[in-house]
Ligand binder design. Sequence first.
Ligand code: GLC
Length: 565
Amino acid sequence: MTDAWWKSAVVYQIYPRSFADSDGDGMGDLRGVIQHLDHLAGLGVDVLWLSPIYPSPQDDNGYDISDYQDVDPLFGSLSDFDELLAAAHERGMKLIMDLVVNHSSDEHPWFVESCSSLSSPKRDWYWWRPARDGMEPGTPGAEPNNWGSVFGGPAWEWDPATGEYYLHLFSRKQPDLNWENPAVRSAVHEMMRWWLDRGVDGFRMDVINFISKVPGLPDGTVTGAAYGDGSASFLNGPRIHEFLHEMYEQVFAGRDALLTVGEMPGVTVEQARLYTDPAREEVDMVFQFDHVWADRGPDPWVLQRLKLTDLKAIFGRWQAGLADVGWNSLYWNNHDQPRVVSRYGDDGDFRVESAKMLGAVLHLHRGTPYVYQGEEIGMTNYPFGGIGDFRDIEALGQYAQAVEKEGHAPEDVLTVLRARGRDNARTPMQWDDSPHAGFTTGTPWLPANPRYPEINAARARKDPDSVYHWYRGLIELRHTEPAVVHGDFTMLLPHDEQLYAYTRRLDSTELLVIGNFGGTPARAELPDPAAWDRAELVMNNTAQPPADWVLGPWQAVIYRRTVTP
Ligand code: GLC
């Protein structure tokens, strides 16, 4: 397993509704993806991950699935999908699907049947519970427990027809599947085998560490927010390892060259060692959240600035924790995160430099890097105005809860949503300088970022100094330099608040990576600078190499040396 192919791979995430629209309805689609495959092959990525394309009422942009084995007409058809898969494979790229099985849509036939009566054979496929003892069903506070949903409001919806509530950790249109029921698990396994038989190369598993719940569903911790925090009863729950190992045996065993990555909010390093230990046969890697929650303060509606020392402590802990067992995934961006150049970089005068610096610092860690559409051209956050500019169910739901139920000032909540809201990631991919950034000939479902005349793929591909070509270089370095893939990791300068520095070492090759997380020059106080006197400067994002280890604003450098014993 030490030579698993995905250790030297880079994954590119496509959010289909915002990637490219081929038919002018304002919504991206599969034929749009096919049209842009050469952009991705040119970047050098090995794997494409497609966010959900299945039939869906689109309450949460497709993370609410009403049929797991088809394509939503918004995005095309199964035959478009087959064509995309073949075209990706022809270009040497694999393709993984998004697996959303903590919950289905409330419009999935399984849920429709489950709802139909108390004695429905599928009643137990979801989490149904009566009202709290002594309370009038359907009245405030009568929910079976105090849990809040991630998108605001209670985690329970009352069904007057059968007189019970169902659990939904996300929106009320995303009822949680009951994984305690073996029939649910085998239906999911069968569906997954169907996709693998069709030729897909693996899965990104949505909130997969939520699937095992403490069956009693006890009240959660009371935090001062409108609802209790039930996470102790569903994060990394009691049977999670059993469920994932069973999935491995039922779906993945005996199939080669797949990639599985579990999205796991709240996962710890210790748990991740278990999830990703190849001997345990669960998943290849997990998405942890510590480094994207590093700028979150105790009050969710007060913006907190990142402390670089915190970020280094987090990455250092994950690198060390998965050094001998398991494997890391590496990401700054996805469809749920704001744009990293706006978040941890400088999207003004130093946009290009800081986007490159962030890419280098991330990609040279040990682990499999993920690039989210637009990151490779340094796309920025969108200038949102009022709440009416947002489309994301999370932003709208959290705003309503924070302002209407918890009494936060609207402007405070908006400040945080503008900086951190998920719609920042979901504005159309910027292809060129034609109207709507070349995303659509119609009206896009979310407006293009007004910076597209300057920031777009056509321009970036033509400019050898662009973020695109820098990312291409980082990906090529991973493919050609084994120390990037397999080298040991050592964090340097853990107490420096401006410079991020580390080494990677494999046999006689050692790499040194330094990134300046600030707009002023800073000197790296390396433990053994003389060792690097004759080192080769492999990549540098500014015109000048550092003199006397002083890095310019947002500078990033990668050195390589041969270690003589
Ligand atoms: C994951 C997805 C997110 C979605 C949620 C519910 O966190 O990445 O987009 O809203 O799960 O499916």
